[in-house]
Each structure stands twice: as structure tokens, then as C-alpha cells.
Design a protein. Structure first.
Length: 151
């Protein structure tokens, strides 16, 4: 499966191996984006959103966040289909993902002063979700495949 099809196409299904491969691709990209927007003493982070520079900064941040959210959606929805589930079960994963994205954002409303250790405290609340997420979609076998091989 190609990089583009894995991360930018929501049709079809993917295996556990492809699920892990997608996350191995996404994780460093997400870290790079977080660091790009979270430079210490980031001048852009302190911009007023009504100025040109502020609009550019927050616009770029929004585009990056929506791009990563779409790539994650494509991976998860294909994995859910492989497990015999649909779009409704996607929302069980989407709410904690959005909470994680809001914590990792470079600022709590227009403040650049929240340090990474403080953000880690907020992130610790979603660790059980991430553990279940990777166990459910990345480790557990497909029930659909188990039923087909038993028949």
C-alpha cells in the first residue's frame, strides 16, 4: 500500500501491520509539526489573531491540525472496517483524539506560557484511552476474520 493511499484515502480496509506502519509514519510527522508550532519563546505564538501575522500563524496551525486529523481518520476508519465496525464507532475514538490535539496545541487560548511538563499532566488523563486504542485496533485480531476462518 502506498503512502498516499494509506494516509489520504478512506476507502477499503487495512491490516494490523498497515495500521502500525501508518502510525510509524504519522508519529514523527506529528512531532515535527508540534515542534514547528511550539518553538520556545515563539514570536508567532504571541501574535494577535487580528493581525496579518497572527492570521497566517493560526491559519497554518489550523491547516496542519486538519491535515493530521484527516490522515488519522483515514487510517482509523479503514481499520474499523477491517474489524467489521463502521463510522459510529469512530466517534468513540474521535472525542479523546480531539482532546489530545487541544492539549498539544501550542497554546491554551492565546497563551504561549504552558510548558510541556504541564501539558503532560493533561495528557496523562488520556493515556488509558490511547492504551485501549492501540490494543483494540493494533493488537486484537479482527473478529470478522476469526468468524470467517471458523466457518
Amino acid at each position: 500500500m502506498t503512502f498516499e493511499r494509506l494516509l489520504f484515502d478512506s476507502s477499503g480496509e487495512i491490516s494490523r501491520r498497515d495500521f502500525w506502519m501508518a502510525h510509524l509514519l504519522l508519529f514523527p510527522l506529528e512531532l515535527a509539526a508540534v515542534m514547528l508550532f511550539r518553538v520556545p519563546a515563539n514570536y508567532l505564538c504571541q501574535q494577535d489573531p487580528s493581525t496579518i501575522m497572527g492570521k497566517l500563524y493560526y491559519g497554518a496551525l489550523l491547516v496542519a491540525a486538519l491535515t493530521f486529523l484527516f490522515m488519522w481518520y483515514c487510517v482509523v476508519i479503514k481499520r474499523l472496517r477491517a474489524k467489521g465496525r463502521g463510522h459510529l464507532s469512530f466517534f468513540a475514538y474521535a472525542v479523546p483524539i480531539l482532546a489530545t490535539l487541544s492539549v498539544l496545541a501550542p497554546h491554551f487560548p492565546l497563551s504561549c506560557s504552558v510548558a510541556l511538563p504541564e501539558r503532560a499532566l493533561y495528557l496523562s488523563a488520556v493515556i488509558p484511552f490511547w492504551a485501549f486504542y492501540f490494543f483494540d485496533l493494533g493488537i486484537r485480531k479482527n473478529k470478522v476474520l476469526q468468524n470467517q476462518t471458523a466457518a
